[in-house]
Design a protein around this ligand. Structure first.
Ligand SMILES: O=P(O)(O)OC[C@H]1O[C@H](O)[C@H](O)[C@@H](O)[C@@H]1O
Length: 301
């Protein structure tokens, strides 16, 4: 591990050599246990005191400099999925594959704040960077305690306007997705990206339920609540400055097709993603900063 950390860490945060030899920050306070990799500034664990793990990780995740981590909170930037232009790759942009710089770490009454930065100079020469030649300075802030809040702020230091897509692609742990409902999206228009779903614009009626591969981009700026009766808990995802909520579960066939995802683990997770994608891409003027955030709160049902 060759990572140089130049900021002082509070006693509740330790730099460790984690899976694949990658550097990660382990958080341990009376309020929560957690883990964040520098690779992708990727939150891979959050266990608030008195609760089971909230953030889900695949047993089959890869941990390598050139691979995305499967689970946790991937940062999708500056495009979502295949992007809006033909030929954009890697999927979900280059931010989840980049090594972010830790620029701040603090503990305030057991609430830990970690701040990471990534700029266009950090991704020069990496896969996908040549397809998106706009200057940017991204700051990602993780605030972990009895709740988890993540902020993705992007500043345009250049002199031309541009647009980008973004998502906080959070994987949430559930006991049995077939019994789960996601509330808060009733009446929302959505793009159905599942193979047998369209793509068509549809309107959600009632809570979201899971009966097959689910891959939907909802036009919704409000909160969503994952109701998990088998685990007797709810997870509330509230957000700021996000016009889309993506709901994803790969189900059986897609799970089997993904090399970094165990075939049998699809019932145990659901992604509720805080996003600005497609027509809701962020337009950033020269000198401007846009900040999107998501907060996760868990309670016993
Ligand atoms: O396999 P990944 O590149 O991590 O993407 C996983 C999933 O992310 C999002 O939820 C997209 O809407 C899906 O279409 C995609 O399958």
């Amino acid at each position: 591990m060759t990572t140089a950390i130049t900021v002082d860490l509070p006693p509740s945060v330790a730099l460790v050599e984690a899976s694949g030899g990658l550097p990660a920050l382990r958080i341990s306070t009376p309020l929560a246990e957690g883990e964040v990799y520098l690779h992708g500034a990727h939150v891979t664990g959050w266990v608030p005191a008195g609760h089971d793990p909230v953030v889900w990780m695949s047993k089959a995740s890869r941990f390598a400099p050139t691979e995305p981590i499967r689970g946790g909170v991937p940062i999708c930037f500056p495009w979502f999925g295949p992007g809006r232009e033909p030929g954009m790759s890697p999927a979900h942009g280059f931010a989840r594959l980049a090594d972010w710089r830790l620029v701040g770490a603090s503990d305030d009454d057991s609430v830990v704040t970690l701040t990471f930065r990534l700029g266009h100079e950090d991704v020069e020469g990496s896969a996908g960077a040549e397809k998106w030649a706009h200057p940017f300075e991204a700051t990602y802030t993780v605030v972990m305690g009895s709740e988890l809040t993540v902020y993705l702020a992007v500043r345009n230091p250049g002199d031309e306007e541009y647009s980008y897509e973004e998502a906080l692609h959070t994987y949430l742990h559930v006991q049995d997705v077939t019994a789960v409902t996601v509330e808060g999206l009733d009446g929302a228009r959505y793009l159905d990206k599942a193979p047998d779903g369209g793509p068509y614009l549809k309107t959600q009626s009632g809570p979201v339920t899971f009966t097959g591969e689910t891959d939907r981009v909802y036009h919704s700026s409000g909160s969503a609540v994952v109701v998990d009766p088998a685990r007797a808990r709810t997870i509330t995802v509230s957000k700021e400055s996000s016009a889309d909520t993506v709901v994803w579960n790969p189900w059986t066939a897609k799970a089997a097709a993904m090399p970094d995802y165990d075939d049998a683990e699809w019932p145990t997770m659901v992604c509720v993603e805080t996003a600005n994608a497609l027509d809701n891409a962020v337009v950033l003027a020269p000198g401007a900063t846009h900040t999107m955030s998501a907060t996760y709160a868990v309670s016993h049902a």
